[in-house]
Design a protein around this ligand. Sequence first.
Ligand SMILES: [Zn+2]
Length: 393
Amino acid sequence: MRAMTTLFAGAALVTPDGIVPEGWLEVEGERIVGLGAGAPPRAADVALGGGTLAPGFVDIHSHGGGGATVVGADPGAVATFAEAHRRCGTTTIVASLVSGHFDSLAHDVAVLAELTDAGVIAGTHLEGPWIAMEYKGAHDPGTLRDPDPEEVDRLIAIGRGTIRMVTLAPEHPHGIDAVRRFVDAGAIAAIGHTNATYDRVRAAIDAGASCTTHLYNAMRPVNHREPGPVVALTEDPRVTNELILDGVHVHPASAAFAVRAAEGRVLFVSDAMSAAGGEDGAYMLGDLEVLVVDGVARLVDGGAIAGSTLTLDRAVKFAIEQVGMSPPGLGRREPGGAMTGAPSADGGWARSASRAGAARHWPAVAREPRARVYVPAAVTDRSRHGLLGKEQP
Ligand SMILES: [Zn+2]
């Protein structure tokens, strides 16, 4: 007897090999069991009515959404946060904390570990507190410090494998040591909120750092005699670079420059605060007051940009319309706008289709140079997942 499957039809399919203008896709549980162009082999269970069916997005840097913040690790708030981003196509999300004192970080890491076990989030990202005062952004300056090895080890133990990423400034006295400790614990060490020199960043990469936290934002800028973090991070094939493509954090030309400099090693993050997917108004980022006007979040005190209100569907839209990228894999557009790669019907899509449950695999996904086809675990009862909406790129 054949297992129960669900067949989606009537949408453009974004696959690793190209876009199928009109196609169908069949899933069994968490696995894609078939897909193709044209009319489906049987009647559709879910008629998509001309939308675009895309892989679920993986967001490795996000602090909030739907009016909820992950800081404080309230289980209800974290669920609201994950659901707000899921409505916009993000099926795998890491919860990002902000700089805080040890006790509050320890509390949040412990609770987020349970929520990771429960599948609500894909893990925890510690953004700070071991970042640079000069590039603190919207972080509370009273909490910034050197990554003391004992403190690092205690947090790693409390996270018991669920701390997936840490953002730190490698110029701290114990910065390079902390990179090694986190990498040894299976986390990704990301360079960000940093005043490090080019040489110091290279030393951190040699120690195992493999990601950039929001390239360009909150780091020493490029200088012709001191290239700084931007050059060290984009030029090195071991490093993947985050971009916040909300139209505020990075100029489209700077984004395009990074995409060329780090070809296949750029990933989009929301760095969203609680107003993502919500309204303009007053919000909190950690203990700091934030005002959102026209979708731009700034600290009430000082006016620094305080995260974004971005969701990854909008980041992809911006990448296509403003940066000149085109799916799949968001590779560069060919002259005349033709897509690179041609769809084939030989099962290549299905082979590259990857199992959902990306929580365990997300570091691999984050480094994957080309997009994979993902179907969220709950796709059968939440058919909106992975839909970019009616607009086609
Ligand atoms: Zn952030």
